[in-house]
Design a protein around this ligand. Sequence first.
Ligand code: NI
Length: 265
Amino acid sequence: MTLDDIFRVLWDRYRSMAPIAQQCRRMLHARGEAWVVDHVALRTFDTEGLGLDSLTRVFTQVGYVETGRYRFSSKRLHAVSLSDSRGERPRVFISCFETNSLPEELRQELLALVSSPEGELRDWFRGERPWRMPSFETYARLREESEYAAWLSVFGICANHFTVAVNALRTISTIRELNRILREAGVELNEAGGEVKGSPELLLEQSSTMADRVPVSFSCGRVEEIRSCYMEFAARYEDPKTGTLFDGFLPESADRIFESTDEVQ
Ligand code: NI
């Protein structure tokens, strides 16, 4: 599977779960705007064969290099950022939930779910959740511990968000202007930590929509609408130390952007 195939599978599954992405894309196209992806974000569990290193390898094997490692202690996550060494493909941000932070009984239940025979890394290349759907009860108990872990148990390894590069826009010059246009179109933005995270001084500004709600059929038969995926926007600034655009991520901003899929903010 080529890198193009991987990004195509990620985009196809993402857009099927995130009507908001289609809406943003149509809106930008209608203005004659370029659609340049700053980064794609994936989520995973730190379990055998699915952890951060396994997913990172998928990209480093095809020319990506690590640009940072991060820890989000309050959300019990660690993460890695990667850039395409040729600068041709979007950056990739992979975060990973620390399963040993769960109460033992719930941890065993989660491990049994994600270590099922279906739990193969190759499955997410096909755009499928690499484990069985949890019951609503398991999902709800996970949610009491971590919105992230509950979300991931349902949606699996997929593009949690695609991020539009604000730098590539021609008719919109700042992320605040873009946010205003989105709000006027009725788009709900993630206000956690302020609508715009970061600053020009920190070399990166980010904002995001709240995730769409989609119906999900749990393994117990119960159907509930829950938040799926969202759209993010990023404006990067030149790093005076290198004379090039800042290539990394700001942990404080990422910490709040994770909350775009929270059922309760
Ligand atoms: Ni992001």
